[in-house]
Design a protein around this ligand. Sequence first.
Ligand code: GLN
Length: 487
Amino acid sequence: MSLPPTHAHSASEFIRAVQLGETTPADLLDAARTRADAAGQLNALISLNDQAGVQAAAVQSRLEAGETLPLAGLPIIIKDNLNLTGTRTTCGSRMLEHYVSPYTATAVQRLMSAGAVIVGKANMDEFAMGSSGESSAFGPTLNPWDTARVTGGTSSGSAAVVAAGLTPVSLGSDTGGSVRQPAALCGVYGLKPTYGRVSRYGLVAHASSLDQIGPLARHATDLALLMNVIAGHDPRDATSLDAPPVFTAGTPEDLRGLRVGVITESLGGNTVGVGAVLDATLDALRGAGASVGEVSLPALKHAIATYYLISMPEASSNLARYDGMVYGTREPGGDVLGSMTRTRERGFGREVQRRIMIGTYALSSGYYDAYYSKATRVRRLIADEFRAAFGQFDVLVTPTSPFPAFRLGEKMSDPLTMYAADVDTVAVNLAGLPALSVPAGFEQVDGKRLPVGIQFIAPALQDELLVRIAGGLEGIGAVQAEVAPPQ
Ligand code: GLN
């Protein structure tokens, strides 16, 4: 065993060590579990996978039988809205506290077929609704860089585990920023693929026209590694695209001649530190031979309103199934209607209830045209403006979040302030585009170094370009993820 399973290693290094026989899937799993124990105070995991040991042994046998496994023995953590047969899939909700998955999500199945070992299920905002990681029924996830602060949401645990070095990579889901925003606030990469690039089969639905599964990582090569496994057509998801993944982490050469457009609407309202990190990233791009310009997308000022008027109606419809009869923890007693009402009152938290009510209202006859239908038209405008901007630029840039991690409790009592945290991310989902948050620097706040993320947005199906840019920026030292120091 010449390679100690150090938590700072990349996924690629772990896999190579397994393939060379320098370590084993079981050793890597043990190391991840030890780290998970040590980082228990972060509350980043909802459950550990008790089949993981069996999985690790099975990977070892497959390797001994001569199989080539691209993710040989890779320990990975997945968000708790991804189904894995025989494990609890709670979605961070009391409603599904005791739900055990009878099937496995396609993306998760692909990971396991490639040799990955699922260590556990990550904490998350309830039903992937939130921007801080605080709406989980199992308590908030704490930021590894400052445990008095939020991780961002909703893939709160998925970001925290990678930042704290439990596993080198994780899976999250992104409906309006839920992979990118926590990735930014925790100082790791987070990729939201083009809508349809990764199968949604087995991902518990939030807003079906916006949801995508995406990877979080500390190295560009690891994003490529994961995307090459999880992306691709799946007959079980009618919206999945037939676009074979050809991801590689790029080099600084990939930045030469790149036309970068900074979105004007994202320049106001940022903290000083976020502005400084954006400027430094743009300088680095220029230094590597990219050209940098500015482009205005005026419809973006409607992005948050549009996003919530589309996502809440979709959510209210998707969540109708949790009535305690077919799905959900039943609150018994009384007649059927009484039981359903109590089930939904006690099973859902405040934010989920708020969205079901607003969503149902926006869909109701008399209001449908004024709200939902109008939002779908603005959605088209936003998509058109992106398309026009890509006539001039290869890639668009914004901060991922206007501020670094905020304090626990700071925004929980004011939903509109919480929704405003998504100002830079939601438009991407409305337009179905791929976007990547890169760990581009830090802002010093109250004596702590808080990570800052910068978002790169590409035209549909050019997800590969984003990972090449990440590799290029890593190559020139402009971007780097670190494991958070112990608190
Ligand atoms: N913060 C957004 C919301 O609350 C995004 C959620 C997500 O991407 N799942 O809806």
